[in-house]
Design a protein around this ligand. Structure first.
Ligand code: 2PG
Ligand code: MG
Length: 435
């Protein structure tokens, strides 16, 4: 069985121009795999620690050279000679190097760079596609399907560039549209939305994550312009396409209230819940990510009880892909879906355990990119391999994001070909062989 012969990490830049980690593992067969890590923009306080150098003379303190050094001098040599198929035990070795619950010693980014590279190396050692290796090895889903994509159209808040408070306005395709049809719809509507914004003089740029960051009066305008765009398109609103929001509400919270430009007075938690009820009725929104502050638990529970199974109440900053938070949230009914961001955790094994726990509770899993991305499409394979019901990779725009959609497209083609004409596996169990 192939073993790890070397690991090399380096500092690269993410889509915001901020440093992040790239890591390569070589197998003794000469095969090499490379992975890079996204980094967060609107970070939750419950996220594991991301190790940054803090040297203000370099990259404004945001360098990751300490993490790179740890990978090259400590973690790499420890992994040499090991079998990359032993993901669980190698992750345990990594965790032992840190020893803290929130990865405060060596950083979740340091650990995940190695853990993710080990996963890719495992797939490469069997010559299997990554998504297939993940599905076969960890058995979190019996079937290979493309998750329903949640496409970000407009960015506000910390991801925006103008006066919208809502961080992401999402477009969600109806479940009867397959991946290819949904991507075509998202691309069509994204382009048309840009044209409508120009026509309205709502001069647009794109925000941090590539969605439009238009000059609009308030959040309601953003909904109305999207409805108008869909109505003038070949698609039917509330039949082919629905809405969702990532409120990132912790960033709207001031002195126990929520500030939104839709109203001059701040919203109480009760006002905000009513606002969501209206949004659901008027705009057929059924996806509410971080609708309240991450410590306003009573409001989360009220919204989840109010909407029951008719909407997804999604914990992002609330849960921060953290096992302890998830366990409590499941027991107490805080929400009914989790946004999974592997880079918040520290290792692949811990991420898989969180996904398993969420699935066992009957929750839906949304696999997510971060505000600072790279061209690695790891997350697309990971979403398919673990059987996530949804993924959120941003708008169908910009290389670092379309890379994920293009990878899903490739996987879609492979899976479709397999379903149409199942082929015989090779003796080496190399996974799907595409005709
Ligand atoms: C989010 C993500 C993805 P961030 O908030 O859901 O868009 O971004 O990196 O800001 O957490
Ligand atoms: Mg979010």
């Amino acid at each position: 069985m192939p073993s790890i012969s070397a690991l090399q990490a380096r500092q690269i830049l993410d889509s915001r121009g901020l440093p992040t980690i790239e890591c390569t593992i070589w197998l003794d067969t000469g095969v090499a795999v490379t992975t890079s890590l996204p980094t967060g923009t609107s970070k939750g306080k419950y996220e594991a620690v991301e190790l940054r150098d803090g040297d203000a003379t370099k990259f404004n303190g945001k360098g990751v050279l300490q993490a790179v050094e740890l990978l090259n001098s400590t973690i790499g040599p420890q992994l040499v000679g090991k079998d990359p198929l032993n993901q669980a035990s190698l992750d345990q070795e990594l965790l032992a190097l840190d020893g803290t619950p929130n990865k405060a010693k060596i950083g979740a980014n340091t650990l995940m760079a190695a853990s993710q590279a080990i996963l890719k190396a495992g797939a490469a050692s069997l010559n299997q596609p990554l998504y297939y290796y993940i599905q076969q090895s960890f058995q979190l889903t019996p079937s290979l399907d493309i998750p329903t994509c949640i496409y970000t159209m407009i960015n506000g808040g910390q991801h925006g560039a103008d006066n919208l408070d809502i961080q992401e306005f999402e477009l969600i395709p109806a479940s009867y549209l397959d991946f290819q049809a949904s991507l075509e719809m998202a691309v069509t509507l994204f382009e048309r939305l840009g044209q409508v914004l120009v026509t309205k003089g709502a001069i647009h740029s794109v925000g941090l994550v590539g969605g439009y960051a238009p000059h609009l009066f308030n959040n309601t305008d953003a909904f109305e312009i999207q409805v108008e765009t869909i109505k003038a398109s070949p698609y039917t609103f509330a039949q082919d396409v629905f809405f969702g929001v990532d409120m990132a509400a912790s960033s709207l919270y001031q002195g126990g209230k929520y500030r939104l430009k839709d109203k001059s007075q701040p919203f109480s938690s009760t006002d905000l819940l009513e606002y969501y009820k209206t949004m659901k009725t008027l705009y057929h929104a059924f996806y509410f990510e971080d609708p309240f502050h991450e410590d306003d638990i009573a409001s989360w529970k009220s919204l989840t009880a109010e909407f029951k199974d008719t909407a997804m109440i999604v914990g992002d900053g609330l849960l921060a892909t953290n096992q302890a938070r998830l366990t409590q949230a499941i027991a107490e009914g805080w929400c009914n879906a989790i946004l999974v961001k592997p880079n918040e955790v520290g290792t692949v094994s811990e991420t898989l355990a969180i996904i398993k726990a969420a699935k066992e509770a009957g929750w839906q899993v949304v696999m997510s990119h971060r505000g600072g991305e790279t061209n690695d499409s790891f997350i697309a394979d990971f979403a398919v391999g673990v059987g996530a019901e949804y993924d959120k990779f941003g708008p169908p725009n910009r290389c670092e994001l379309v890379e994920k959609y293009n990878r899903l497209w490739q996987i879609y083609t492979e899976i479709s070909a397999l379903q149409a004409a199942p082929t015989v596996q090779t003796a080496d169990n190399e996974g799907p062989q595409i005709p």
